[in-house]
Design a binder for this molecule. Structure first.
Ligand SMILES: [Fe+2]
Ligand SMILES: [Fe+2]
Length: 311
């Protein structure tokens, strides 16, 4: 396949999905949001699209009430899609999850109340699923034992570096009440991450897309598939969850860069575009001709023109 720009294809592609909040028996969240359908829509869009991921990372709050049936339904919805895509599934614990059913129903392991920390190797890219939950609470913590474990894992660099996947992202939030539920003692985590091969931190919990850095490492928080916390809600509302703007993210891992891109779950009416039938013609051009044909405002093949002529 012809390389069109300066970058070769990404070494790894990850789909980052968060906060599915599924309920048992396929019930609607708050009696209003068909959360199972929302997840199904996300997975359907993913499967229909051209981007083929190496892994699907779910950053927690998988089951709203930790119900066993919710985990069974989640697995039944996600695993066949992942198999067809040839992608590994990486689960992360969230504050709405419960460790015992999470371990037994998603990993076929004995029920346990221990932190659910795991390491995944995606063709040389290390993805660390770190459990930031506190049993019985909604805020986040990482125990000293977990930090020591993480430090040990990161002692040896991975061929393509590491991604740390957590539920509670180590970033500030403008939603003051959500700040009460943040990850505690973040400097202790920073001390462990500094100087390691961690290239990106993925998080959830906030139910809106947000991006930052932590200890010099990029942080990308995916919005939820269930409902969105509206940062522009009426000033009277302390917190406002809305049934709209749900999304998931693509994470493209290049040799020296990581790129995250947000994709809405809802499908919309196409108003411009052009078909794949243009590709062979574009590939057959030399780079100089391609630039002239596609970039020049005077070219009859200008992509905007091609899109307009399709309409
Ligand atoms: Fe959540
Ligand atoms: Fe959460």
């Amino acid at each position: 396949m012809t390389q069109m720009g300066q970058y070769p294809p990404a070494d790894h592609v990850i789909v980052h999905i968060s906060d599915t909040h599924l309920l048992g028996e396929g019930r609607a969240l708050y009696g209003a949001v068909p959360v199972e359908q929302r997840l199904a829509s996300a997975l359907a869009r993913l499967e229909a699209g051209p981007i083929k991921p190496d892994a699907l990372v779910f950053t927690g709050d998988l089951a709203d009430l930790g119900e066993p049936d919710a985990y069974r339904r989640l697995r039944a919805a996600v695993e066949p899609v992942a198999e067809r895509l040839g992608a590994e599934v990486i689960w992360v614990m969230g504050n709405h999850d419960e460790r015992a059913p999470y371990a037994s129903l998603l990993f076929d392991e004995p029920e346990t109340d221990e932190p659910q920390d795991r390491v995944h190797d995606i063709r040389g890219l290390r993805v660390i699923s770190l459990d930031t939950t506190v049993p019985g609470y909604h805020h986040g913590e990482i125990t000293e034992t977990q930090l020591q474990w993480l430090s040990g894992v990161l002692a040896d660099p991975a061929p393509h570096g590491s991604i740390l996947a957590v539920h509670h992202p180590p970033v500030p939030t403008p939603l003051e009440v959500m700040a009460v539920l943040e990850l505690h003692d973040q400097p202790a985590l920073a001390a462990v991450l500094q100087g390691t091969d961690v290239r990106l931190i993925l998080g959830g919990h906030l139910h809106y897309s947000t991006h930052s850095t932590f200890a010099g490492i990029p942080v990308s928080v995916a919005a939820a598939t269930c409902y969105t916390l509206d940062l522009a809600a009426d000033a009277e509302r302390l917190l406002s969850g809305v049934d709209g703007a749900q999304s998931f993210d693509f994470v493209h891992i290049y040799e020296n860069q990581v790129v995250t891109s947000t994709v809405p779950i809802a499908g919309f009416t196409e108003v411009t575009g052009f078909s794949h039938s243009y590709r062979p013609m574009i590939e057959a051009m030399t780079a100089a001709v391609r630039l002239e044909q596609l970039s020049s405002k005077l070219s009859p093949l200008n992509l905007n023109e091609a899109a307009a002529s399709k309409a």
